[in-house]
Design a protein around this ligand. Structure first.
Ligand code: ADP
Ligand code: MG
Length: 254
C-alpha cells in the first residue's frame, strides 16, 4: 500500500508546493512510483507542470465527489506530465467548494484515505495541501502516514504552524493514533545570521521531529517553475536538487 505524505502548513509561500514537486521527483529518482495530488484550489503545482483546470475532464476534486470513494475513476483523474517523473492528480477550483458540497456527507473526513486505499498502486502519494482549514486539509491529515511541515526559516516561521497544530490536536482526539509529523526547514539563507537563529529555535522546538536536511535558498526553483519543469529536469546538479535528494533518502527510511 502507498505511503501517504501530506505536505501542509497553513502559512502560504513556505515551500509546500516546491516540496511536493521536488521531493516527488527525488523519490521517483530512487525508483519509487509516485503520485502527486494537487489539493490546493489555486492549483500552483498543476500550473507549474502546465496542467490547467479548463482542459480537464476530471481532477482531484472528483476523488472527494465520487458517490463511492472505493470506486473513484482514477484513470480519468491521473495525468502523466512529460516534464516530471511522477503522475499528477491535478487541482480544480471546485476543491474550494467541497466544504459546502460535503456538508451533510457522513464520514466526510475519511473519503481520501478510503479512495487512496482502493486506488492505483504507488509507493508514495504526496498531497500538496491548501493553506486554509477545511474538509480537504482534514482529509489529507487523516489520510497521511507522515505529515511534512515545511517551515520557512524566517522571523515569522512559527506563526502559521500554530493553526496547523490546533487542527492536528482536534483530529488526534478522534483518530486511532496521533498524526506523525516532521518539520522541514526551507528557504534557509546561510549568510543571514537571523536564519541561523531561527533554525536553532526550530531544532530546539521540534528536536527529533525535524528533518536533518535543510532546504536552502536556490533561485533555480523559481526558474524551474517558469520553465514548467521540476528542478531536477532543469538543473539536476543544483544545490536544491541535491538537498531534496537527501530529504528523499530520509523519507525513504522513515
Ligand atoms: N528553497 C527555495 N529557494 C528559493 N525559492 C524557493 C524555495 N522554495 C520555494 N521557493 C519559491 O518560493 C515561492 C513559494 O513557494 P511555494 O512552494 O509555492 O510555497 P507554498 O506552496 O507553501 O505556498 C515560489 O515562487 C517558489 O518557487
Ligand atoms: Mg502551494
Amino acid at each position: 500500500m502507498a505511503r501517504i505524505l501530506a505536505i501542509a502548513n497553513q502559512k502560504g509561500g513556505v515551500g509546500k508546493t516546491t516540496t511536493a514537486l521536488t521531493l516527488g521527483a527525488a523519490l521517483a529518482r530512487l525508483g519509487r512510483r509516485v503520485l502527486v495530488m494537487d489539493l490546493d484550489p489555486h492549483g500552483c503545482a498543476s500550473a507549474h507542470l502546465g496542467v490547467f483546470p479548463e482542459g480537464l475532464t476530471a481532477s482531484a476534486a472528483d476523488v472527494f465527489l465520487a458517490e463511492d470513494p472505493l470506486a473513484v475513476d482514477w484513470s480519468a483523474v491521473i495525468r502523466v506530465p512529460g516534464q516530471a517523473p511522477f503522475d499528477l492528480a491535478p487541482s480544480h477550483t471546485r476543491l474550494a467548494d467541497l466544504d459546502m458540497d460535503l456538508k451533510d456527507r457522513k464520514g466526510k473526513g475519511v473519503l481520501l484515505r478510503q479512495a487512496l486505499d482502493a486506488g492505483p498502486a504507488y509507493d508514495h502519494v504526496l498531497l500538496d495541501c491548501p493553506p486554509h482549514t477545511g474538509v480537504v486539509l482534514v482529509n489529507a491529515l487523516v489520510a497521511s502516514d507522515l505529515l511534512i511541515i515545511p517551515i520557512q526559516t524566517d522571523f515569522l516561521a512559527l506563526h502559521g504552524v500554530r493553526h496547523l497544530f490546533d487542527t492536528m490536536r482536534a483530529l488526534n482526539r478522534v483518530l486511532p493514533r496521533p498524526i506523525a509529523y516532521r518539520a522541514l526547514a526551507t528557504m534557509f539563507d546561510r549568510r543571514a545570521r537571523a536564519c541561523t537563529r531561527v533554525l536553532e529555535l526550530l531544532r530546539s522546538k521540534f528536536k527529533e521531529r525535524m528533518f536533518a536536511t535543510v532546504i536552502g535558498l536556490d533561485t533555480k526553483f523559481r526558474e524551474a517553475s517558469a520553465a514548467g519543469k521540476v528542478v531536477q529536469e532543469l538543473a539536476p546538479e543544483c544545490r536544491g536538487a541535491g538537498e531534496y535528494a537527501r530529504l528523499a533518502e530520509e523519507v525513504a527510511v522513515l
